[in-house]
Design a protein around this ligand. Sequence first.
Ligand code: FAD
Length: 466
Amino acid sequence: MTDQKNIVVIGGGITGLSTAYYLQKQIKEQGLPYQVRVIEASNHLGGMIHTEQKDGFTIERGPDSLLARKKSVFRLIEEVGMEDHIVPVSTGKSYVLAKGKLNEIPHGSFMGIPTQVSPFLFSGLFSPLGKLRAAGDFVKKPSKPNGDQSLGKFFRYRLGDEVVDNLIEPLLSGIYSGDIDQLSLMATFPNFYELEQKHGSIVKGLKQTVPKKKKSDKKPSVFRTLDTGLSSLVDAVHSKLDEGTVQLNTAVDHIEKKEEGYHLLLSSGEVEYADSVVITTPHYRAQRMLTQYDFMAPLAEMPATSVANVALAFDQSAIQKDIDGSGFLVSRNSDYRITACTWTHKKWPHTTPEGKALLRAYVGKPDDQEVVSLSDKEIEEIVLNDLNKTMNITEPPEFSVITRWRNSRAQYTIGHKERMEHIEQSLRDELPGVYLAGASYHGLGVPDCIDQGEEAVQRVLQYLDS
Ligand code: FAD
């Protein structure tokens, strides 16, 4: 063993890559005697970030939208010199498919919660009774502060079932690919609970905290992406890592605590020594590496849903009914199997050659998981059948790219935060220097993952310095 300390990052998705990048940056800046290794099970980096270039189309198999207000991803983009490739979303309008038709999302709603009264009153999404019930938010007492509750229960109590089913549920399920009646309020949107407690009403609370916009105001773009595809960020971060940092095609199967440091048993049969370890894999894989510790068991129980992303490329002439907007979400009580569709050629024009159209739909509702296992042909038929109910598509796609993301969407169910606190405290007590970061733990958007990577860097450096 040398004096140099070895930090191993397990998993080469965006969490693992940003962890490795910021670790090496700090090591260089502070002249620390540490080295970093990234061990990745598959044959490529990026994890769920995966761009495919085909016939002039840029197809995102995984994420395509970076939330503009979350800064860590743009900081990373700048760090690796990709800032000139940031492009804003090109249209603000989006729709919810409810009551058999596309309804524009009311102006001024934030995650489906109205912050302006008139667009909400004139929306065709809700009946007069549903609107009246939503006004209950102004008079209903704050929920009792007795622990966690589901997102669904919280919003149903404040705004009623109709607003939840026709607007809030499609928006939030779109983010979490889960059932909002099972998902934890405190692990996903604790700020709504805080607004309720502070202002007595989430609508009042939002009105006071979200800056007012006039309809005539030029909307700042809510989402951004890279015109070179999000895999180009992965490549750029990789290119900044020291040579030999990354080892592909190697899974970490097991972690053992030794008198000093840790032994990582690799799928190659080799053993890697580590002074500190950052595990950035999905939760169920992390649990399998540490099965000997009972405190990790809740990660084996934690659900994860599957989705399939279906990209369909057309000649523009095949789509007879063109719609002005970036796409639509589908309400749970609609008779559709797709959960959402992005008109990618409109949302991100750089992705599509002139005269062509690119649609990107999702299947895999929480109660329709079996659809993800159907054949490509069957999935394509389901998607086209649903799309034709609103879009009048007259020709088959020129090609399709179907990506199944099995058990990819970690579900932060009620009590998630407390469970994570317990697991992380136990790690500190029993496995000092071992950290969890990534989509299964404290936020699943790309920026949330980078935030966790940055936080893991601080923890590792503090630990090794102590
Ligand atoms: P992953 O990307 O899952 O990376 C984990 C890595 O660990 C993988 O490369 C895996 O191969 C590796 N691994 C697993 N087991 C082992 C092992 N035993 N040893 C070594 N390596 C191992 N987010 C947004 O912000 N905007 C979006 O528009 C958006 N859209 C999405 C669309 C889809 C279809 C999906 C699936 C996700 C989307 N997300 C979006 C979420 C976001 O992409 C992910 O949460 C994020 O990329 C996860 O990054 P990660 O590094 O934590 O995990």
